[in-house]
Write a protein that binds this ligand. Structure first.
Ligand code: GLA
Length: 572
C-alpha cells in the first residue's frame, strides 16, 4: 500500500514560520554528503513492470506531431475511422492516442481530470466507447509535473485519482510527460522525535531519539535548543534510516503522526515513513527561514493494535532517483487502478500501456523496464532529416536496453510530415523498424481515404506505413533491437535477429550521394548475438522491392543518398 499526500507535497505547514534561523552544521552531514553520488541511480529497483501488454513495440497514431493543440473529439474519431478504413488498423496500428491539449484547465468537482468542455464535450469515456467500437484502443496524456507542457492540469501528486479516472474511462495507453516536474528533494528533515495521537485525544505515543535504531549515516546530534537536547541527522539522500521497533498502540486506527523536527536549511525536505514494513507514507516539508529551532509536520498514518514498527528514510540521492521513483509511482497506480476497476465491475481488465516521456534526461533506459512499457530516449522529433538522423544516432546505441515488454522510444513517427523526402521517409520508417521502436504515426491518416471512400493505395506515404514486411521486422516476437555492426560515420550496417533463425540486414547511407554498401553474411552469422546458422547459401529478400535473391556470402547494394536498403535473410 502506498499512500501519497498531495496536500503535503506542495503545501506549506502552518507551523513553519518563515523566519531565518542560523544553520546548525554538523560533521555527520558533511560526511554523508561526501558519500552521496548525485548523478547515479541509487534507488533499488528490482522487478519488471510486467503488465502483460506491449509485448511487441506498440503501434498506433498520436495527435501531437501534426495537430498539436488543434484537436477535438470529431478529429480524433475521424482519424480512428480512417485507421480502420485504410487497413492500417489491420496492419497493427491499434492505439489512437490523444496527446496534450485534450483536457479542461479545471478539474471537476471531485478533483478529476475532465475533457475540454468545448472541444471534447461528450467526455473521454464516451469517446473511448466509440473508438473501441471501431476496434481501436484510446490513449491519453498528462505530465509527471504540476502542469502538462501546454500548461494544463497534470498528475504529479494526483497519481492515484488520475489513474483511477483513466481506468474508469477504459483508456489503454498513457503517455506521461516531464514538463513542470518538481523533483523529490534529496534533503531529509532532522528528526527530534515522533508522536502519535488519535484525532481529538490529547494522549500521545512518543518515539524518542535515544530509542531509535540508527543505520547508515544516521546519527544523534546534540542540540541544546531542543527539548530533547538532540536530533537524528543523516537521513538525507539515501544515506541512512532511523527505526522504532516497539511503538505500542492501545487501539488500531488512524493516528496523527507529528514529526518534531529541528528546522534547518532553506530547502524542501522529503521523508518516507514506513509502518510495519509495508505501509509507506511520503511527505515533503517546506524550506525554512524561521526564528524558532523546533518545528512540527503532521501526517495521518494507520497503526495496528499492539506493537508497530516505524522507519524513516529518504531514498532519493539523485535526480535519476527522483524521476525513477515518480514514474514508478504512477505505473503502480495504473496497475492498481485497472485491476480494481475490473474486479469492482466484473469486467475484463484493460491494462494500460505506460509510455514514459522524460526525453532521456534521467537515463530512463536504466530504470524504464521496471517503471513502464516504453521510454523516450531523446528530445522531441521534428519533421526534418537532421532531427531523424540525430535521434537515430542516439537511440541506436541503446540496443541493450530494449526487449519484450519494455522498449526504447525514439519518439513518434514524422513519416508524411514536414520536409522529409520520399527517400528520407522510407529511411525513417525502416530505421525505426530496425530499432524495434514503437510505431506511432503522426500524419493525417484521413488523406489516405479518397473522396469516393476507397483507399489511396498508390499514395507513397501509405505504401511506406503499410509495408507489412517491415512492420513484421519491427513487431518480431524476439523483441531484439537491431545493432549497428559497422559504421564509417557515413554508411552504417545494422542487423536485427528475428524469429525462425532469420535476421534483418539494413544498409544506411547518410551521405547525400548514392553509395554501394556491401557486407559479408558469414561475418554476421558468426557473431554471438545472431543465431542464424552458417549455410552455403542464404535467401535475401529486399523488403522495399520484394525481390528475393540467393546469396553465398556478400550482399552488395546501391543505396540512395539519405536512403536505406533492407533485407530479410534466412539460411537455405
Ligand atoms: C513534450 C513531448 C511531446 C509532446 C508535447 C506535448 O514536448 O515530448 O512528445 O507530448 O510535450 O505538449
Amino acid at each position: 500500500m502506498s499512500k501519497l499526500i498531495p496536500a503535503a507535497l506542495f503545501g506549506i505547514g502552518a507551523a513553519m514560520a518563515a523566519i531565518y534561523l542560523k544553520d546548525n552544521k554538523s560533521n555527520i552531514t558533511s560526511a554523508a554528503k561526501k558519500a552521496i553520488n548525485l548523478t547515479k541511480l541509487t534507488y533499488p529497483i528490482d522487478s519488471t513492470y510486467d503488465n502483460g501488454v506491449a509485448l511487441t513495440p506498440p503501434m498506433g497514431w498520436s495527435s501531437w506531431n501534426l495537430f498539436r493543440n488543434k484537436i477535438d473529439e470529431n478529429l480524433i474519431y475521424e482519424i480512428g475511422v480512417a485507421l480502420k478504413e485504410s487497413g492500417l488498423l489491420d496492419c497493427g496500428y491499434k492505439y489512437l492516442n490523444i496527446d496534450d491539449c485534450w483536457h479542461s484547465s479545471m478539474r471537476d468537482k471531485n478533483g478529476r481530470l475532465q475533457g475540454d468542455l468545448v472541444t471534447f464535450p461528450s467526455g473521454i469515456k464516451a469517446l473511448v466507447e466509440r473508438v473501441n467500437a471501431l476496434g481501436l484502443k484510446l490513449g491519453i496524456y498528462t505530465s509527471n509535473g504540476t502542469l502538462t507542457c501546454e500548461d494544463l492540469p497534470a498528475s504529479l501528486g494526483y497519481e492515484a485519482v488520475d489513474a483511477d479516472t483513466f481506468a474508469e474511462w477504459g483508456v489503454e495507453y498513457f503517455k506521461y510527460d516531464f514538463c513542470h516536474n518538481i523533483p523529490i528533494p534529496k534533503e531529509a528533515p532532522a528528526i527530534e522525535k515522533l508522536t502519535f495521537s488519535l484525532a481529538g485525544s490529547s494522549d500521545y505515543i512518543e518515539c524518542r531519539p535515544d530509542d531509535a535504531v540508527l543505520s547508515g549515516e544516521a546519527a544523534l546530534v546534540k542540540d541544546s535548543s531542543l527539548s530533547e537536547g538532540k536530533y537524528i541527522s543523516g537521513l538525507s539522500a539515501n544515506a541512512g534510516a532511523c527505526e522504532w521497533l516497539n511503538v505500542y498502540a492501545d487501539e488500531a486506527g488512524e493516528y496523527n503522526l507529528t514529526l518534531c523536527i529541528r528546522k534547518k536549511k532553506n530547502t524542501d525536505k522529503y521523508i518516507e515513513i514506513k509502518i510495519n514494513g509495508t505501509d509507506v507514507y511520503k511527505t515533503t516539508l517546506p524550506a525554512t527561514k524561521s526564528f524558532t529551532p523546533e518545528g512540527r509536520h503532521q501526517v495521518k498514518v494507520y497503526l495496528n493494535k499492539g506493537i508497530n514498527t516505524v522507519k524513516l528514510y529518504n531514498p532519493v540521492a539523485s535526480k535519476q532517483d527522483s524521476a525513477a521513483i515518480q514514474y514508478i509511482n504512477m505505473g503502480k497506480e495504473l496497475k492498481i487502478a485497472t485491476k480494481e476497476y475490473a474486479e469492482k465491475n466484473g469486467t475484463e481488465e484493460k491494462p494500460i500501456v505506460y509510455s514514459i516521456c522524460e526525453w532521456g534526461r534521467n537515463h530512463p533506459w536504466k530504470w524504464g523496464r521496471q517503471a513502464g512499457n516504453l521510454w523516450r530516449t531523446t528530445g522531441d522529433i521534428k519533421p526534418i532529416w537532421a532531427s531523424v538522423l540525430a535521434i537515430y544516432e542516439f537511440n541506436v546505441r541503446l540496443y541493450k536496453h530494449s526487449g519484450v515488454g519494455g522498449w526504447n522510444d525514439p519518439d513518434m513517427l514524422e513519416v508524411g510530415n514536414g520536409k522529409l523526402t520520399l527517400e528520407e521517409n522510407k529511411s525513417h520508417f525502416t530505421l525505426w523498424c530496425m530499432m524495434a521502436a514503437p510505431l506511432i504515426l503522426g500524419n493525417d491518416i484521413r488523406s489516405f481515404i479518397k473522396s469516393d471512400g476507397s483507399v489511396d493505395t498508390e499514395n507513397e506515404i501509405y505504401k511506406i506505413l503499410s509495408n507489412k514486411e517491415l512492420i513484421s521486422v519491427d513487431q518480431d516476437s524476439c523483441g531484439i533491437q537491431g545493432r549497428r555492426i559497422k559504421s564509417n560515420g557515413m554508411h552504417d550496417v545494422l542487423v536485427k535477429p528475428l524469429e525462425n533463425n532469420e535476421f534483418a540486414l539494413c544498409f544506411f547511407n547518410k551521405s547525400s550521394e548514392p553509395f554501394v554498401i556491401e557486407h559479408s553474411l558469414r561475418d554476421i552469422v558468426f557473431r554471438p548475438f545472431v543465431i542464424t546458422p552458417y549455410a552455403k547459401q542464404y535467401s535475401v529478400k529486399d523488403l522495399w522491392s520484394g525481390e528475393t535473391e540467393t546469396v553465398e556470402d556478400i550482399v552488395s547494394a546501391t543505396v540512395q543518398g539519405h536512403g536505406v536498403r533492407v533485407f530479410r535473410v534466412k539460411a537455405i
